[in-house]
Structure formats: structure tokens, C-alpha cells
Ligand binder design. Structure first.
Ligand code: ZN
Length: 175
């Protein structure tokens, strides 16, 4: 099983900043993937203008993979919390992996599931749609916690703990 991880956002626009982790999405996930060896890591081209263009260019490199994971964390009001994994609504495998990933996050951290841990992306107006739509393999966009929620961040702990969760997930799907 060949797994690709795509780091959400770019070096230039690093996504949400977590005041609790004191890190942006970009910095957090780059730290998480640092010690992952059985997986290929991709980053969007920051020089290419346009969100969809960047996604398409990255997607063109992902054709030979069995699963694509695009990494994010959520951010909203301080109260909002929970784990949610997004997938393209027509992808049955995407849904299966999304469900499993959310279950593993929740079981290992105690972070609650939002909407049973699943969010189906249906059309281009849905945030994150391009990221799960353009890659040919089943793709999940992971938002395992809210960087804006103190409790969620406490439960996630740090990048090293998140790395262990990713490893548990990869072990579970190799079976
Ligand atoms: Zn993000």
C-alpha cells in the first residue's frame, strides 16, 4: 500500500495558527512528517498562483498511490472542538479511510468526533473540495483537532504524538 501525505497550505501561506501549540498548520505538520519514513511527502508549489492550480499540479504527481492524506487542523471560535475527516462524497474508499482515521484519533486522544468524524465534500463550494477531488487515488483531508481549542491541543499533545497516531492509522490500513 503506497501512501502519500500532502502538507496542506504552503511555506508562504501557512494556514491557521494555533495559540496553544504555538505553531501554524504548516509548521506543525512539517514537524509531524519529519520522522515518517514509509510514506512519501508532497508539498504544494508556493510559486504557482491559485489554490486550485496548486492542488492540480500536486495531484498530477499522486497517480500511483493507493491513498492520499492531506494534512490540516481546524480553527474557529475557542469553544469549537472535535475531529473530522473530509472525503469526496463519491469515494467509498475515501469514506472508509476517513472514518477509520477519525476513530483512531478519537480513541487514542479522547478528542470527540464531530459529525461522527466524517464530512463528505460534494461540490466546489465546499471548503477543501479540490484537495479531495483532483487526486486520482482515494483522498482524505484530515482535521484531527481544533488548533483554536485549548483542550483539543492538550489532548493532541505535540507533533510527536500526532506522528504516532499517523503510524497507528497506517498500520491499521495495511492489515
Ligand atoms: Zn488548513
Amino acid at each position: 500500500m503506497k501512501i502519500a501525505i500532502v502538507i496542506g497550505h504552503t511555506e508562504r501561506a501557512k494556514g491557521a495558527y494555533s495559540p496553544h501549540l504555538k505553531m501554524s498548520e504548516w509548521d506543525f505538520w512539517n514537524k509531524v512528517v519529519d520522522g515518517l519514513h514509509n510514506v512519501k511527502v508532497f508539498r504544494h508549489n508556493p510559486k504557482l498562483s491559485g489554490y486550485t492550480n496548486r492542488i492540480k499540479q500536486t495531484a498530477a504527481k499522486l497517480k500511483s498511490y493507493d491513498l492520499v492524506i492531506e494534512t490540516h487542523f481546524n480553527a474557529a471560535s475557542p469553544e469549537a472542538n472535535g475531529c473530522e475527516t473530509l472525503y469526496y462524497f463519491k469515494s467509498l474508499k475515501g469514506r472508509k479511510y476517513a472514518s477509520l482515521f477519525s476513530e483512531i484519533v478519537s480513541a487514542s486522544t479522547g478528542i470527540k468526533l464531530r459529525n461522527r468524524g466524517l464530512k463528505a465534500l460534494v461540490n466546489e463550494n465546499d471548503r477543501g473540495f479540490a484537495a479531495v477531488y483532483y487526486p486520482a487515488p482515494p483522498t482524505i483531508l484530515i482535521e484531527p483537532f481544533f488548533g483554536s481549542n485549548a483542550r483539543d491541543c492538550q489532548k493532541i499533545g505535540d507533533a510527536c504524538n500526532m506522528q504516532n497516531i499517523i503510524l497507528s492509522f497506517m498500520a491499521a490500513i495495511q492489515k
